[in-house]
Design a protein around this ligand. Sequence first.
Ligand SMILES: Cc1ncc(COP(=O)(O)O)c(C=O)c1O
Length: 455
Amino acid sequence: MPIKTIIEPFRIKSVEPIRRTTPGERQRLLEQAGYNLFLIPSESILIDLLTDSGTAAMSTEQWAAMMRGDESYAGSPSFERFRTSVQAIFGFRHVIPTHQGRAAERILFSVMCKKGSIVPNNTHFDTTRANCEFCGGEAVDLPIPEALEPSRVHPFKGDMDTARLEELIQHAGRERIPLAMLTVTNNSGGGQPVSMANIRAVKEICARHGIPLYIDACRFAENAYFIKLREPGYAGKTPREIAREMFSYADGCTMSAKKDGLANIGGFLCTNDDSIAQQEKDLLILTEGFPTYGGLAGRDLEAIAVGLNEALDEDYLNYRIASTGYLGEHISQEGVPIVQPPGGHAIYIDARAFLPHVPPSQFPGVALAAAVYIEGGIRSVEIGTLMFGEHAKMDLVRLAIPRRVYTQSHIDYVVEVILEVWRRRAEIRGLEITQQAPFLRHFSARFRLVPAAHN
Ligand SMILES: Cc1ncc(COP(=O)(O)O)c(C=O)c1O
């Protein structure tokens, strides 16, 4: 019988204590924070599943490489090692370092978009959408219809709807579409992968109309591994070979190295177009820095150069995807409604289905995230009515798993806590806002419990 236990493909050399609190303490902290988990100090969180971005544990090789970091302003060998590593995987001619993903987006859209431009994507991440709109563009999401049904199982729910892409190009005209994008994996759509067949089909349409295709590459290694597991013809290929093929269909990419770069900060922008690259480097100098460091220290470039390769390690990817899937399967088996199938970096709980007695106007996602914190000191994040207002199509609670940080017993603990909250779901009450900012209110809004009689 094959051994089924998921083990971390690493051992632990340096430990960081996490602090237990009592339910009473957590209740008090939550009330002080106005039921907003962003306002709780991280020392009072036992397991922090707020985000998988910039929260990875670095390896001994990364720490060793950081010691080699050369902090020269121009022409640093750390940049050369960074560029060599990026080019070996992504294959693009120009590699432009940035301090994180959104800086790459801002530069890309500043150069390629103008008022009236339209940029299609499977689903724009919020910073991608905001940067596109800031440059006068319209960000259009074209997910396949299956992506909008949380409980529907589909191997590549991150695919773009190619028929709608064709329609958009016919309707709007090629001149208004300076680029198309594909986000791998599709974070806003539940961490769902995009198939190679879909990348190829989107490229074919774009090439026919002369539209460059860019990949939002944050979780490229997880996407490559899903292709290996699920797409016919790829089982015998390495994640690196699959990643190389994915990027061979693109004209450039944006990247936040805080995800599959296994780094705590950093990003980059790539293109094959010499003229676009020159304009991007000119802008880079204005706000990020010289093109051989782009707002990063030499040691950060070194950490990313190593991290990108480690993220493609098959043992690591197997553990990562299996561990996230384990969490999703063990809670959904007991009836907890989640976005199916489990994504690569996170599990998304469907809070409207979890708490049918709490209407969207009473923020079921915020109420559920608060209950999970009180039960077990776990921090998650609402993606729903608080974040998107009345436009929210779903109320989700995202449990994002930092890379190489938590062990299998931490995941078992999370399963136990969620199932306990599930058993007591009828007791969870809705919330009403007492204070909010005019924009991005989810970071600072404060709430109180809706009086029992109104629930
Ligand atoms: C798909 C996607 N694109 C872009 C970004 C932006 O990256 P950063 O946070 O490094 O600016 C993120 C961050 O979460 C993301 O998930």
